[in-house]
Design a protein around this ligand. Sequence first.
Ligand code: SAM
Length: 409
Amino acid sequence: ACNDDELSEFLESGIYRFKNSNAVFIDPVRLLNRSHTRFRVSPSVYYSRFFESKSKNSGSQELEVSSDSKKRKRKQKKPHNLNERERVAEQRHQKVKPELLKAHEALLGSTDLLSTMNKLRSSFQSSTTELGVGQSFVELGRVWQAPMYEITLNYQQSCVIDQCSEQRVLPLFNSLVANETNDDVEAEVLNRKFILPRGGSFYMSELGQIHNLIPAESDCGFNLIVIDPPWENGSAHQKSMYPTLPNRYFLSLPIKQLTHTDGALVALWITNREKLHNFVEKELFPTWGVKYAATFYWLKVKADGSLISELDLFHHRPYECLLLGYCSREVSNLENQSAPRPVKDNQIVISIPGDYSRKPPVGDLLLEHAPGPKPSRCIELFAREMTAGWISWGNEPLHFQESKYFLAD
Ligand code: SAM
């Protein structure tokens, strides 16, 4: 009966908490849907990878992946002497490995959840929208006409804001576009349709304009800051997906100026490169004024519950790290300032990945650890999607808000 409760709670909330474990399984589609009132995220579009599928495209992708991993396996068999940095990385991995294995065992032991996972992709009526490739906002923002592009917000008849008109037209780039209503709003850019969640805002710009988000008053600053930087990693595939930046650019992010008077929880996604761990620990967090608190791990599984790659594959770990720290506007505050609930180290979030480089929506899991008044003020930097009540900043924060990622209504 206990398990039934867990499962029905999961179907409701998108979060499955394993008993006696520091791990949770989440369904990003359900979590994303919390932001929306009239529209639903399309599970078949979100879960375009890691589900067995007979369709031609995903079939060939899976073949590629498996032949790739065979190659890797062969490579791995050759004993290879690790250099100093690789040794440190290996130590880091060995330290967390038992926790990750335990979390994975908890998942494999939850047979009710496992049988539901297979259905996550098809649990709603499947969308028939064609996934055409429109021009990306990154490209659009770079042309000389960029300052002239506009976004049209089309409000519902029953708009809750007093005296608002049915439409509002705003500059698309370098301007704060907010949906102040309590309902999803449909918006239009160059004949493409986008869904803006209730209370959600975006500011689409390049890094140079991020200072425009610094609040005039620090009690208007943010209590939760989620950051997923475009780290360089040298893969050609990544380069074709979005532009990346050398590490030194991230040193100048105005994290302290964005922080609320009562402090902020800062959550930073990093890749598994040891060099990066080192850079964040020794340079980035100290420069930002962030005090390290804990690490969360995102463990990636396929729909059948298996890991997306072997745990010990050196360059293709089936997990990523989310580093958490606290930022305070005053240095002296850091010591006596405490989170409402201290963050436990080594928490593990398990999910089936969506699109390339898309992170699972962990905002709700982090909120309980954010300092300051409730509701918390939240911002996501380098965002590709919007969340109800949050500000999303980056050069393509509307990316996953396009109607093709939602079920056709
Ligand atoms: N968290 C996102 C998700 O889950 O989909 C992925 C973010 S991705 C790692 C980094 C983002 O930063 C990309 O959307 C990229 O276009 C954007 N970016 C790269 N260079 C930028 C710049 N100079 N200014 C603003 N955004 C930039």
